[in-house]
Design a protein around this ligand. Structure first.
Ligand code: FAD
Length: 601
């Protein structure tokens, strides 16, 4: 930076800023200093022209390279599209960046005004490559040095916030999105109910809403599904990292699953009474640990006071001894690092309390659809979900932010198709076809050539079928909301029924004649699954025909884990179907049909 050039000095402060408000403050100051107004890529070009010293230029060349990708049509692909993004978590910010590169106007709302999560996220190779290409190292020098493949949530948010601002995303903090307001007359557009209601943004009219409000928040119209797995209690904790020599030397633990290291967990249990399924340790701003603990050991160590059947009461604050929880987490951390981290001291969370939390991962939620269209007075709004509100991640597996970024790219691709005038049903059908793949993705089954990744799904998912769900299968259902589940028409139902009959023929106790009572015992579904190769190693002998709910639960789990087919009904609902042709069951079975084709072998 030129000494004495105030804009350069402000820009350097912006690059280093370590708090959300500080980043926004520096950016405003910078724009004022340079006399720059407006937003979008125009603002980006203004900044580039005004800041042309070496350090800034190195960043521009990275961002220019990114912006030059053909998918963006030189920032014109979505010119004229107005987007509202809800949530400045990693996924909302990442989606906002893509929309800005596409040339859309992007307004992003965040209800909070600070980034306070110390917890550390695992990054897949493509996310590391992606963040580097956005200039991550310029904003955070320690970004993924050496073999490091993780980052704290708050540092990730800071990096993405800075990139978003530079690309002209309009970021507003302390504004909460509360719902959609349809246009009041033919000339008007969709806008949002906001808190505070005095926010000038209540007048902002948009045609795309990307919701990235995290695990608990989805806008009206989206249905959430719960998957109940086996009991899983997660504990996260952070300790202060003083970056001393001793601390630097202690090795990280990336995912010691119980099955792979039984001896370690046995020793831990023998020595301390702590019984874990897994533990992960990452070093970042803090020493971060995440572990899945067995209920019995939490009871024995006095962390959970009383055993209760339902998980919510089990982990309710009045049933948890905080001090015992702190000791439990610290003891596990000490043991698993061989007592080599001297004087572990808890880092503080945003409430200034020791940063230790216990979470329930037994019940995970996901959205049934990734996108919807609403229409009123002839005006349409496209709604898309990204991040945790689309699929809640299981933290110890570290899949959250990678799948979150994949969904952010997919959502941007959808907006590009929308802006190109593709018919809404086609846009939705394509989006749902891609969404089907999301829960099965891993670094191993996504394309290896991460430098080629773009918002185009074909660059990321091998052999993706963008028409797995047909536009004709998307049910427009009148005006709003448009449901995109692959509900079949009459003819398709008949075809599906004969396929189910053929696939289950010859199994004792199975006679498929409809889409309800024929399936309640679970035996028909069992026969269907059993017919296909992936189930060969499964032990179906343990099935107890008397316990239909348990049978269904097992089958739903197998289908989800091995085929990525999400349950549409709960095991209890499956076991008690009565209505003549249950649409949810048809939807569910049609996924099997899509995967296994016309006739099973
Ligand atoms: P989030 O990061 O949750 O961001 C959502 C944002 O939307 C938030 O900033 C929120 O304030 C804002 N928001 C919500 N509703 C509204 C609204 N109505 N209006 C305006 N803004 C709104 N994952 C791991 O892998 N390991 C961990 O240890 C871990 N720890 C976590 C700890 C906590 C307390 C939380 C909440 C999440 C944690 N996660 C962890 C999950 C991880 O943070 C996410 O997978 C990742 O950040 C991507 O999430 P996201 O961007 O979809 O949502």
């Amino acid at each position: 930076a030129e000494p004495g050039n105030p804009a350069h000095a402000i820009f350097e402060r912006f690059l280093r800023a370590g708090e959300c408000r500080e980043v926004l403050g520096c950016f405003l100051e910078l724009c004022q200093q340079l006399g720059l107004q407006g937003s979008g890529l125009q603002l980006y070009h203004g900044l580039k022209a005004a800041l042309n010293y070496w350090n800034a230029k190195a960043l521009w060349s990275k961002l220019d390279k990114k912006a030059g990708h053909k998918d963006y049509d030189q920032g014109t692909a979505c010119a004229g599209t107005k987007c509202l993004v809800v949530g400045a978590g990693p996924c909302g910010l990442r989606a906002a960046i893509e929309l800005a590169l596409l040339g859309a106007r992007v307004v992003l709302l965040e209800k909070r005004d600070s980034f306070s999560r110390n917890n550390v996220l695992h990054l897949w190779p493509f996310t590391i490559h992606d963040l580097r290409a956005l200039g991550a190292k310029k904003f955070y020098g320690r970004f993924c040095t050496g073999t490091l493949d993780h980052i704290s949530i708050r540092q990730l948010q800071l990096i993405l916030l800075k990139v978003a601002l530079l690309l002209g995303v309009e970021v507003h903090i302390n504004v909460r999105f509360e719902g959609l307001v349809p246009p009041t007359d033919k000339a008007g557009g969709w806008h949002a109910v906001l808190q505070p209601s005095s926010s000038p943004l209540t007048h902002y009219e948009f045609d795309v809403l990307i919701s990235a409000g995290g695990g608990k928040f989805v806008p009206e119209g989206f249905k959430r599904k719960e998957t109940r797995g086996k009991l899983a209690i997660g504990i996260t904790t952070n300790f202060i990292n003083r970056h001393s020599r001793a601390e630097v030397e202690v090795a990280e633990i990336s995912g010691v699953a119980r099955i792979y290291n039984q001896k370690f967990f046995q020793n831990l249990y023998n020595k301390t009474g702590i019984d874990l399924e897994n533990i992960v340790y990452y070093k970042d701003d803090t020493h971060y640990f995440v572990m899945t603990a067995k209920k019995q050991s939490l009871l024995k160590k006095g962390v959970i006071l009383q055993d209760k059947a339902d998980i919510e009461s089990l982990l309710a604050p009045d049933n948890v001894n905080r001090d015992a929880l702190l000791s439990y987490a610290k003891e596990a951390a000490n043991f698993s690092t061989n007592y080599c981290l001297p004087d572990l001291e808890f880092a503080l969370n945003h409430r200034d309390l020791p940063d230790v939390d216990m979470f329930d991962f037994t019940c995970m939620t996901r959205s049934e659809n990734a996108a919807l269209v609403q229409e009123h007075n002839g005006s349409r709004v496209l709604l898309g979900l990204v991040g945790d509100c689309l699929v809640e991640p299981f933290w110890p597996l570290g899949t959250g932010v990678a799948r979150g970024f994949l969904a952010a790219f997919d959502a941007a691709w959808m907006v590009r198709r929308w802006a190109a005038g593709t018919p809404p049903l086609e846009v939705l059908a394509e989006r749902e076809s891609i969404y089907q793949r999301l829960s099965q993705t891993s670094p191993d089954n996504t394309n290896k050539n991460v430098s080629q990744y773009s918002i185009d799904p074909a660059t990321r998912y091998p052999n993706i079928n963008l028409q797995a769900i047909k536009a004709s299968q998307v049910d427009l259902g009148g005006v709003s909301p448009v449901s995109a589940s692959p509900v079949a028409s009459g003819a398709v139902c008949e075809e599906l029924l004969s396929w189910c009959q053929a696939s289950t023929a010859g199994y004792p106790g199975v006679a498929v004649t409809n889409f309800s009572t024929s399936w309640t015992s679970g035996l028909a579904l069992c026969a269907l699954i059993h017919r296909f190769p992936m189930s060969l190693h499964r032990d179906f002998d343990s099935i107890d025909p008397q316990d239909a709910i348990q049978t269904h639960q097992m089958l739903l789990d197998i289908a989800e884990q091995e085929l990525g087919i999400q349950p549409v009904l709960s095991s209890a609902e499956m076991a008690t179907l009565t209505e003549p042709d249950c649409l949810d069951l048809i939807t569910y079975l049609s996924h099997f049909y899509q995967i296994f084709g016309t006739s099973p072998e």
